[in-house]
Design a binder for this molecule. Structure first.
Ligand code: DP6
Length: 361
């Protein structure tokens, strides 16, 4: 594929406001390591979530001479700390969205999950911003198909945050070229089109907030360290094999295999961090204690629950909907004491980003 298909024609939009909402996502096969401009070293697979989301409102108006590109507000207040990252994002996307040069943007974002819960919000934040931007373009491109729109949103979101490319749609998204899913691409994520067994419908994801502090090392640094990692080739092979195995398990409803692969991916992610130079340790002793309790519960009660981790200490529990009550009881009895302020968040798989409003002013 040639990314030039995503270069839009230039135009001067009128003033307007677009609002949308993007969920976070949780990777089953992890994206860890990138090259070039945000290309993944291996394919990844994720469940799109529902409740943990970012709502973004984008007001646009003609840019006056000498005016900056954007103001970024978080929850209605100017937030300077994100400005560099957003500025870099606009640099990256400007060849594909030349019309942005003519505009001043007022971006107002807000998360539905507690602000300092330690849940990574860059995926939902960049996906919602990308969705707003490409929605402006769609108004001026009568022949843009729905499919092209979603591909471009994912492509643009990827340039802000790799995992953000997977939040555009759902319930299962694949990002990264692979032989098991035709149409898969390194440029954007695609919806998994094959059979998903009934047991995975409305799959549950409960996040245990083990530590709500901002992590000491960013995902971007971790990805960079993978380029010189001694295990990089083995990791590429492992991810590819695991993708094949888990896709088969998802179509067959084989929870044993699903659990094995998901947990192996989580542990591999953190092993890769710990064996990077310099090493990074993001899990806490409480993370490991919770995992131990979870395994005991799984064996004793025969509940097909598993854990996964993102780049931090919080534990994501994944389980079929029919076990929800049993799992919540177990969390309240045994796990909540390991959570910061006893905080855990219930979520489930969802269908991706939604347009909430579009007004021309
Ligand atoms: C561990 O998407 O946050 O959550 O592309 O640098 O923004 P950047 O990284 P990011 O990395 C996410 C890594 C992960 C695994 C995953 O979501 O696949």
């Amino acid at each position: 594929m040639d990314e030039s298909i995503f270069i839009s024609k230039n135009f001067i939009p009128k003033e307007g406001r677009v609002v949308c909402e993007s969920p976070s996502n949780i990777a089953l096969i992890k994206y860890w390591g990138k090259y070039g401009l945000q290309f993944p070293i291996n394919p990844s697979l994720s469940f799109t979530l529902s409740n943990c989301k970012t709502k973004t409102s984008l007001e646009y108006s003609p840019r006056l001479e000498g005016q900056g590109r954007f103001d970024f507000l978080y929850d209605g207040k100017i937030k300077k700390t994100f400005e560099n990252k957003i500025e870099e994002f606009f640099e990256r996307i400007s060849p594909f969205c030349p019309y942005l040069e003519n505009l001043f943007l007022k971006i107002n974002s807000k998360n539905t999950f507690p602000h300092s819960s330690g849940i990574a919000s860059s995926a939902s934040a960049f996906c919602s911003l990308a969705f707003c931007i490409v929605s402006i373009e769609k108004r001026y491109s009568e022949r843009m198909t729905e499919q092209f729109f979603f591909n471009k949103v994912s492509f643009i979101a990827r340039l802000g945050s790799g995992s953000g490319s997977r939040s555009v749609s759902g319930p299962l998204m694949i990002w990264g070229e692979n032989e098991f899913h035709s149409g898969s691409s390194n440029y954007f994520a695609v919806n998994y089109r094959h059979k998903i067994h009934q047991i995975f419908k409305n799959y549950q994801n409960t996040v245990l907030i083990i530590d709500d502090r901002i992590k000491i090392s960013s995902s971007s640094d971790g990805h960079k360290k993978m380029t010189k990692h001694p295990f990089i080739n083995d990791r590429k092979n492992q991810a590819k094999n695991n993708l094949k195995i888990i896709l088969d398990a998802i179509s067959m409803g084989d929870l044993q295999v699903f659990i094995k692969v998901v947990e192996e991916e989580a542990m591999t992610l953190h092993s890769l961090m710990m064996s990077s130079q310099p090493p990074t340790v993001l899990i806490k002793s409480k993370t490991l204690e919770v995992i131990e309790l979870l395994k005991n519960f799984r064996e004793k009660e025969n509940v097909p629950i598993c854990f996964t981790l993102d780049a931090g200490p919080n534990v994501h529990l994944l389980y079929p909907e029919k076990y929800k009550q049993e799992v919540i009881r177990f969390i309240k009895q045994k796990l909540v004491y390991y959570c910061q302020n006893h905080l855990f968040i219930n979520d489930n798989v969802g269908l991706g980003t939604k347009l909430l409003d579009f007004k021309l002013i």
